[in-house]
Structure formats: C-alpha cells, structure tokens
Design a protein around this ligand. Structure first.
Ligand SMILES: CCCCCCC/C=C/C(=O)SCCNC(=O)CCNC(=O)[C@H](O)C(C)(C)COP(=O)(O)OP(=O)(O)OC[C@H]1O[C@@H](n2cnc3c(N)ncnc32)[C@H](O)[C@@H]1OP(=O)(O)O
Length: 302
C-alpha cells in the first residue's frame, strides 16, 4: 500500500515536466468503446484507450508509428493512461496491444540513446524504469495481445503483463536481443525474463540475443498462448474474463507477493542503475554500435 502511494507520488513528480504540452485525443465512441453506455475512447496522440466499462476492461492501443518505439513522449503518455485507468474504479483489467500493423513495439527508441547529452539519458532512463515499475506492479490485470514483432524493450513491456497472447505469424518474433546491438540488458530486464522462463533459458536467450518465433516463444514460455492472428483480441478478452473472475484483493496481493522482491531490487538500486546506464551509453564504443545498428535499419530499405 505504502509502496503504491509512494510510486504514485513519484510518478507525478517525474511526469510533470514531460507531460507539458501533451494533448488529449478527442473522444469518440465506437463498438469497442462500450458505445452502448456512452463511454468514450480517450487517450493521447500516441495511446488510444478503448474502454468497455460493462466488462471493467480497457483496451490500450499503442500507436507511435512507424514501429511503436518507446520514446520519452510515448512512455510518458503510456504512464498517464495507465495511471488514469488505475484511478478509475470502473476498470479492473487492461489489454495492451498495438495499433501499428505487424509491430507490437520495436523496443526502446534508439534515437533517445544516441548522440544526446548525459542529462537526456538520465531523464530517458528514469522514464524507462518508471514504466517498468508501474506496469510490473499494476493492481490491474494486464494482458498483452501481441499482434506484431516485439524485440528488446517491446518484449520487456509484454513481460510486465500478467499473460501474453501472441499472434501466430512467423514474422512476429519476441525476445531480449540487446547483445545483437552490442548492448547489455540491465539486471531488471534479466530478472523479469528469469521470472518468466527460468534461469537457464534466460542465460541462453540473453547471451545469444534470441528472438523467438511464435512456436519457440510458446515452448520456452516467453508467451502463454499462440493463436491465429484474427483471434488475438478475442482470446485476450476471454483470458481477461477468467482472471477477473478471481476475487480481486486475493489476486492483487498474490501478484504483489510474487513481484515485489524483483521490483524492490530496482527501487533500492534506482540511482545506481541510472548512473550505470549513463556511463555505459556514453561510451564511444556503445555509441558507435548503436549508430551502426540504426544505419543498418535505415539502409535495409534502400
Ligand atoms: C547498462 C545499460 C545498457 C543499455 C540497455 C538498453 C536496453 C535496450 C533495449 C532496447 O529496446 S534497444 C532497441 C532494440 N530494438 C530492436 O532491435 C528493433 C529494431 N527495429 C527493427 O528490427 C525493425 O525496425 C522492426 C521493428 C522489425 C520493423 O521493421 P520494418 O521493416 O517494419 O521497419 P523499419 O524500416 O526497420 O523501421 C522503420 C523506421 O523505424 C526506425 N526504427 C526501428 N526500430 C527503431 C527503434 N528501436 N528506435 C528508433 N527507431 C527505430 C527505423 O530506423 C526506420 O526509420 P526510418 O528509416 O524510416 O527513418
């Protein structure tokens, strides 16, 4: 309880400077919005929230084209949407999905980690930490409906969820591929993966930077279910109904029991983790690797 309150205060303090100038997307009603009782879609430029109040569920669609890279602004908007839903007693569950065809999220925004000043890296890393903490410890049931490729930070975001449904498309790979970029997944990325698939499988997956296609992702346990692409949303909805049928206080306390030790590790080492990130990302060799990787992505088109 104290942790939850502390985190809210912290988020508010952290978010204030970033949130300046954020526009709230104009509301619209629609079938997915539970239009029957008139509740409107809301959100922000990069995050569309489709509420279904009758079910107590909101679908949160990431729409930061072209690839839903997790930029500072996008993370801020995601956090604001999460906080808004958590503070609204109507909602007990969120389905996190993508509005960008074929891409769940391309992970952390490489342009936030290249050629910037150290102060920017500090601000960016705080936002990444905060997003992980808030999603990982959310009292809501959070289900990822993974309708696209999901490398690195995209995979991490899905790992914060309580359940992952992946569309069965061989292009939709998922994993922590940081080593392929010449960078290292921080300890809390690693811990989240260990908590999901175990130590040995994580050791192999992280060292090799494995991006698992759906069948492999299911076998190793990175995702809980693989379904035909057109059934991802409906499956997420029926899984949500099962989770929401459990007495909420018991489920929430159990989630906290399972996840708090992992979150506490980052909470106690937060500043040190920021310093480690900034020192690491400022290295010439790391900047060269990231620039080369971004260049390779751009040249792929030509
Ligand atoms: C001690 C601490 C150490 C530091 C720890 C840091 C942890 C890092 C975590 C991360 O998440 S790093 C990011 C890892 N992400 C990736 O490796 C994915 C890279 N992207 C892709 O593989 C592909 O883009 C895609 C997602 C498979 C989509 O392919 P598609 O062919 O559909 O699009 P592209 O033409 O490749 O991309 C379009 C456009 O978007 C740019 N872009 C792609 N990914 C990113 C990204 N992560 N950040 C910023 N920008 C990205 C890409 O360059 C293209 O740009 P333009 O050419 O259109 O300008």
């Amino acid at each position: 309880m104290a942790l939850a309150v502390g985190m809210r205060v912290l988020t508010r303090a952290l978010l204030r400077p970033w949130a300046r100038g954020l526009r709230v997307a104009p509301g619209r009603t629609g079938p997915a919005a539970g239009g029957g009782d008139g509740m409107r879609c809301f959100g922000s430029p990069r995050v569309l929230v489709e509420p279904d109040p009758a079910a107590g569920v909101a679908v949160v669609k990431m729409r930061n084209p072209p690839v839903n890279s997790l930029s500072l602004e996008f993370l801020t908007e995601l956090l604001i949407s999460l906080e808004k839903l958590e503070n609204d007693k109507t909602f007990h569950g969120i389905i996190l999905t993508s509005d960008c065809p074929g891409i769940f999220s391309a992970g952390l925004d490489l342009t936030e980690m290249c050629g910037r000043k150290p102060e920017h890296y500090v601000e960016y890393w705080k936002a990444v930490q905060e997003t992980w903490l808030r999603f990982y410890l959310s009292n809501l049931v959070v289900i990822a409906a993974i309708n696209g490729v999901s490398p690195a930070g995209g995979c991490l975001l899905s790992l914060t969820c309580d359940y992952r449904v992946l569309a069965n498309n061989p292009k939709y790979t998922i994993g922590l591929n940081e080593t392929l970029l010449g960078i290292v997944a921080p300890f809390w990325f690693k811990d989240t993966m260990v908590n999901t698939i175990g130590h040995r499988a994580t050791e192999r997956a992280l060292q090799l930077g494995l991006l698992f296609p759906p069948a492999e992702a299911l076998r190793v346990g990175v995702v809980d279910q693989v379904v035909p692409e057109d059934q991802v949303q409906s499956t997420a909805r029926s899984v949500m109904a099962q989770w929401l049928a459990i007495p909420d206080h018991a489920r929430q306390l159990t989630k906290t029991l399972m996840r708090k030790p992992t979150a506490d590790r980052l909470l106690t080492e937060r500043d040190a983790d920021i310093q480690t990130f900034v020192r690491f990302i400022c290295r010439d060799s790391v900047q060269k690797s990231l620039h080369a990787y971004l260049e390779k992505l751009k040249q792929k088109k030509g």
